[in-house]
Write a protein that binds this ligand. Structure first.
Ligand code: AMP
Length: 123
């Protein structure tokens, strides 16, 4: 749909995925990108996104099950590799804000991974 293409053309996370806007990347494969949040809430705060423009969890379908499974499987591994401490004394928060009521500001699906020693700036 052209509206999807228009949205993707103006999407900041699509531009990061395409290398048009710089980001501090921590993971990349053919369909997923991980990068540090520009305004971290905690000592560790990174985002995982599908490279393909999916606006939010509201657009996820059964066809995305493998992609979402891969993202959720990567999150704990990347959390430990990027400074989160092991469960149960350490741990992290995994958040997916969805829509206006969910506090979503960037309309490209992203998974927040937030952790490290407290206190945190937020949350
Ligand atoms: P949300 O409120 O769930 O949509 O979160 C969007 C997140 O994207 C916020 O935590 C922002 O700090 C982060 N963010 C926005 N622009 C960038 C960027 N250029 N690079 C890295 N993180 C960003």
């Amino acid at each position: 749909m052209s509206s999807d293409r228009d949205a993707a053309a103006h999407c900041i996370f699509c531009k990061i995925a395409e290398g048009e806007i710089p980001a501090k990347k921590l993971y990349e494969d053919e369909e997923i990108l991980g990068f540090h949040d520009i305004a971290p809430w905690a000592p560790v705060h990174f985002l995982l996104i599908p490279k393909r423009h999916i606006p939010s969890m509201a657009q996820i379908t059964p066809a995305d099950a493998a992609l979402m499974g891969r993202i959720m499987t990567l999150a704990p591994k990347l959390a430990l590799e990027n400074g989160c401490q092991p469960y149960p004394d350490g741990g992290y928060r995994i958040v997916i804000n969805t829509g206006k009521h969910g506090g979503q500001e960037v309309e490209h699906l992203h998974i927040h991974v937030i952790g490290g020693p407290r206190p945190w700036k937020h949350g």
